[in-house]
Design a protein. Sequence first.
Length: 105
Amino acid sequence: RISTGRLNRIVRAAVVANPPPFRKNRRPKIFYATQVDTFPPTIVLKCNHPQLFSPSWKRYLLGVFREELPFREVPIKILMRARQGDEETGPALHERPGADMVESD
């Protein structure tokens, strides 16, 4: 299991090196990361708007995790979840999933 502090340092360095691009005039932000399961390794990222992160940036972050963590040959599952209270309200809210998921092969 990887500590939350170490995951947060890795995520912070990844964001500084290659920030996620603006989408819909909003900057996607990651507040913190934590590992919630070990088989497969599952990392939850709490962020402001999970749907704003592009698939290519999620793959970039998965590659960073592969380099920095001892999970090179193990599938890694990344869940991007909105902080409670950060989800937008509106008629389309029920149509959006609560978490975006990225899985490696």
